[in-house]
Design a protein around this ligand. Sequence first.
Ligand SMILES: Cc1cc2nc3c(=O)[nH]c(=O)nc-3n(C[C@H](O)[C@H](O)[C@H](O)COP(=O)(O)OP(=O)(O)OC[C@H]3O[C@@H](n4cnc5c(N)ncnc54)[C@H](O)[C@@H]3O)c2cc1C
Length: 480
Amino acid sequence: MRLVWFRNDLRCHGHRPLTQALAGNEPVSALYMLCPQQWDHHDVAPVRRAYVLNSLLELGESLQRLGVDLHVINAGDFQRSVDQLAGFVDEHGVTEVFCNRDYPLNELNRDRAVAERLQARGVPVHGFDDQMLVPPRALNTGKGTPYTVFTAFKKRWDAWMDDADPQPVPAPRKRPGAARFVGRGVVERALNELSVDERLVALWPAGEKDAAKQLQRFVEQDLADYRRRRDFPDQPGTSGLSVALSAGTLAPLDAYRAARLAMADAGARDGAACWIGELAWRDFYRQILHRFPRLAKGAPFRPETGLLRWSDNEEHFAAWCQGRTGYPLVDAAMRQLVQTGWMHNRLRMLSAMFLSKHLFIDWRRGERFFMRHLVDGDFAANNGGWQWSASTGTDAAPYFRVFSPMRQSQRFDAEGRFIARYVPELAELDNKTIHEPWKQPLMSHGYPPPIVAHQGVKQQVESAFRQARDAWQQQQGSNQ
Ligand SMILES: Cc1cc2nc3c(=O)[nH]c(=O)nc-3n(C[C@H](O)[C@H](O)[C@H](O)COP(=O)(O)OP(=O)(O)OC[C@H]3O[C@@H](n4cnc5c(N)ncnc54)[C@H](O)[C@@H]3O)c2cc1C
């Protein structure tokens, strides 16, 4: 029997392992292993767990329609999942395993252990790269090293995509006969055990059908204007597909091809090209994580920044988490995250930079807080985004670049509509004062004054980075 092992790819459409497994005549089954302890260890947000579990319910039904049994096992964590998989293979007489590769370190270690165990049984594991557009080791600089600068990476990435011109994955062949969903109860129990507000879950309809509809709606209505509108959090200018791409209810190739097709219309060309650039960023951070595994252990990409002395001001951290820093757009962003499980990209940059520069709190604390709330929490993109904002990463914002929360607010939420939605205490302020409410303290009842001054932050950050760099150089010198 052939086994399709589903992980972060909860769909039937655009799924090479499933299509390939079904191409032969051998019987085919599918498996998903729940690892709630691994979710705890990786700080996976309850709303994301709900999205994954609900998507699994849909996947089970879709597989049944294809004549494929889906087995769901509660394995606990990755370590036990290796034993569980080996046990499943023995029990069901599995002869081959098909799956999409995962790239973060713990997942790689799990997959290596699985491959070893199954090799001893003479069962091959066929890995595919549907989770990325360009596989993580495909592109190298002239020196054979990984790309660490996005612009150079993107140039090669575009050329690779043009040459390869990847075609859609053929639809999986249907098998005759009835199929079972073994372990539906395991999924339903896990859903019942989740402590998460139903209204939050309802904001993120799960499964591949919804993801496909959302992609179509975005391409038809918003893609053409993407470049113009994507930076304004009050507008529906971006796709909202990050959860689908990160849980694999949408194949990146389907997203890419939809945008490429849309480029045939001259009016949509610029927006589509810009959006494809974001899909390239997604690949960029995945290949960085894969090729620099130390990042998965919490290391900064730039080693000298490991010597920065972060602040341990707990009151500041709590104010940031609660959206009570006194900077309206930062606070609106943090409240959007907690209330909806998602945050607009510009605001992710702003709030991450605010934590790591204005408050000078270790970016890893913010990274973890985001993971605990994001429905699209994805280690590679989150780590990449945080290290970009904190200037500790590859191709990051230079350390002397510090967003002004007021300026960002005036530029990207000029009317203050986004702020008014999430910080209702300020809703009555006019569109000048709403960006700097401390100028009218009597008008902004219940809203705190700024917890730190913006003035002087740039100089403090520059000095801290210089000190870290000097200490690093000294350390390197004494190690020689
Ligand atoms: C501090 C910080 C943390 C982030 N954490 C995550 C995360 O956990 N998960 C996540 O998917 N994205 C993360 N991002 C990237 C980005 O903010 C989100 O992908 C985007 O806001 C999702 O909205 P969208 O689907 O409407 O994006 P769109 O603008 O429609 O973009 C399309 C897709 O491209 C990808 N993408 C867009 N921007 C980026 C980027 N900068 N890096 C990598 N991929 C990108 C996403 O898959 C996204 O769905 C983070 C960015 C920052 C600055």
